[in-house]
Design a protein around this ligand. Structure first.
Ligand code: NAD
Length: 278
């Protein structure tokens, strides 16, 4: 059986760019909770000769994630698994942001680990927002996203009317999870890494910029003075999920045009700080 690649959030900006990039690698299983754009993308890719299947998946629903991974495994051994589904603080309350972005990633990692073989590489979308300073007490809570009382424990830190701290906390949790899970994946010869995009030109950033025009200024003042393209993130996902990255696991790759390293917009970072990034 051929090795199958899987993409969640495949109807989104970065997900669709990744699907186009991976289309010639072998069979591709595209998942999203929005099925119509997914079907359109799959038709396009098939016309170009790709072997593509689609599946509805709500990553915040453990059963839905289990079904997706079972479908992938029935197609063949899982190779690259790009988990790119996510919502920003501009498209949900704090609970939805934490449930989709962090708990969704925990469900995906759990199911992919159970199905993993030596060819498996899970790449999870974190964010440069996850690199912001976080209170130590919150870090301790983020260690156990699947604990029964997790939502009650995290609430005091993230229960904002505009849940930017929920997004940053969820994405920090993704960074931590990918480090923590590396040993378990390694037992199977499999890998797990995260990527941290900066400002990337997708619907998510466009919506955020409409609501917070300061983002446009932050992009202009950033290290490379421009927004990133979804294809630039897809290239990183392609590398990390493929055989060229065979000795890379348990770490994060910032794909943010130097915003975090360059420090320009980090000047007054604080927990509920002004870095409004998706
Ligand atoms: N665009 C950016 O600037 C940026 C920056 C940092 C991190 N990210 C992260 O990169 C990933 C992709 O972002 P994007 O810019 O392509 O966003 P996008 O909004 O264009 O796409 C996200 C996709 O995820 C899907 N999705 C949302 N909730 C889901 C759920 N519960 N189950 C299944 N699918 C779901 C959406 O339907 C959409 O197709 C996200 O995790 C995002 O947080 C993006």
């Amino acid at each position: 059986m051929s090795i199958v690649s899987v993409i969640t959030g495949a109807a989104g900006g970065i997900g669709a760019a990744t699907a186009r990039r991976l289309a010639n690698r072998g069979p591709l299983l595209l998942a999203d909770r929005f099925e119509e754009p997914l079907a359109l993308l799959a038709d396009q890719l098939r016309r170009d000769g790709a072997r593509v299947a689609t599946q509805f998946c709500d990553v915040a629903d453990p059963a839905s994630v289990r079904n997706l991974v079972a479908r992938a495994s029935s197609t063949g051994p899982i190779g690259g698994f790009a988990h790119l589904a996510g919502i920003s603080s501009h498209s949900g309350d704090w609970e939805s942001v934490v449930r989709v972005d962090l708990l969704g990633t925990a469900y995906v990692a759990r199911e992919v680990l159970a199905a993993a073989g030596s060819e498996t590489a899970l790449v999870c979308a974190a964010s440069m927002a996850g690199h912001r300073p976080v209170p130590d007490a919150l870090l301790a809570i983020l260690e156990e996203p699947l604990a029964a009382n997790f939502m009650d424990r995290i609430r005091p830190f993230v229960d904002d009317p505009e849940p930017r701290s929920a997004y940053a906390a969820a994405k920090r949790g993704v960074l931590m999870l990918c480090r923590r899970q590396a040993r378990a994946f390694g037992q199977k010869g499999a890998r797990i890494v995260s990527i941290s995009p900066g400002f990337i030109d997708t619907l998510m950033t466009r919506r955020a910029t409409e609501l917070r025009p300061v983002i446009a200024e932050q992009i202009k003042g950033s290290t490379l003075h421009r927004i990133g393209r979804p294809e630039e993130v897809a290239a990183a996902v392609d590398f990390l999920s493929g055989p060229d990255a065979s000795f890379i696991t348990g770490c994060d790759l910032l794909v943010d045009g130097g915003v975090t390293g360059g420090g320009e917009v980090n000047g007054d970072l604080r927990w509920s700080g002004h870095l409004t990034a998706p």
